[in-house]
Write a protein that binds this ligand. Sequence first.
Ligand SMILES: *Cc1c(COP(=O)(O)O)cnc(C)c1O
Length: 370
Amino acid sequence: MAKPEPKSWIYDLSAYVPGRADIPGIKQPVKLSSNESVYGPSPKAIAAYEAASGTLARYPDGGSTDLREALAAHHGIEAERIICGAGSDEVLTLLLYAFAGPGDEVIHSHYGFMIYPIQAKAVGATPIAVPNKNWAADVDGILAAVTERTKLIFLDNPNNPTGAYVPWAEIERLHQGVRDDIILVLDAAYAECVTAEDYKAGLELARRANNVVMTRTFSKQYALAGLRVGWGYGPEHIIDPLNRIRMAFNVNVPAQAAALAALADQDHLAASVAFNAEERTTLTARLMALGLDVVPSQTNFVLIRFPDDAPFRAEDANAYLTRHGYLLRWLPGMGLGGFLRLSVGEIQQNQAVCDLLAAFLRGDEGLDDG
Ligand SMILES: *Cc1c(COP(=O)(O)O)cnc(C)c1O
């Protein structure tokens, strides 16, 4: 019997798999698998979220006008050229829906944000994975991968899941090397976490170039992942098509209110950035003191390399930590089977992970599981 069939390419893709949140038999596992901010959102954002509960019968402002205007004022850019989305995921996805389809190619780094290849496939386009260089994007590799079919290049800078970044001069070089009809997407989800001085998120380039979009999010350092607010900034001829196809009311009422308040509380953001930078440094040093390699990180997580031999492999460590209630991210599907990604946690949690890993590497079966 005939049945409805999806578009032919849909079964080529596998849905995004989020970081695990629970462990059978453990009441409150420590979730360090999704790069959430343990520092938490601004109390003013929480208050704005709660206050918004009084207006839930009303549709949100479909254009996120107040938020776009506040972002424009804060960053010194034009509100008309900003689009807000339900997370920056939505903006990244809209770019694909508006600019790519069957027969088109979409370039991304092999170790990079998993949403790019998934959503490229969703529109029937072909994702092209370029090997990384020093754990970040390889500018020459990307330039060499460009063909006449290339429509978009996605570059997460800093990179997820490696934590590495590309210095600004290299991004300029990449931009100079690509055709004007290819969109260069600078996904700066971790921009607020960066302390390196030769880094830029891409605001000025997105302002002056014909073909550059920068995306940002309230999910990471602003700690509003649960609300889903992100945004993109670029030339009108890229942003306008996205506004035509997005959901009419894509960012909900409490999300807009909380993001607006979070943006206004730059003191809270600064404190959270300082906390993250310090814990990231401490965590890196402790892990390296255990003899583990750590990719230098500019984000709110670190990628840790484990020995190749059982019982000290990444998957052994992952099982060990899970038994002790700690959830990290193991990404064998991406070719990172020898690594675990650890989001920066609270001070005691970071200490506990390092202590557990020390015991694990000593071959000590554990403190409480016999
Ligand atoms: C987390 C993340 C995003 C977006 O997250 P949203 O919650 O959808 O804003 C985008 N890019 C990278 C590289 C990320 O790690």
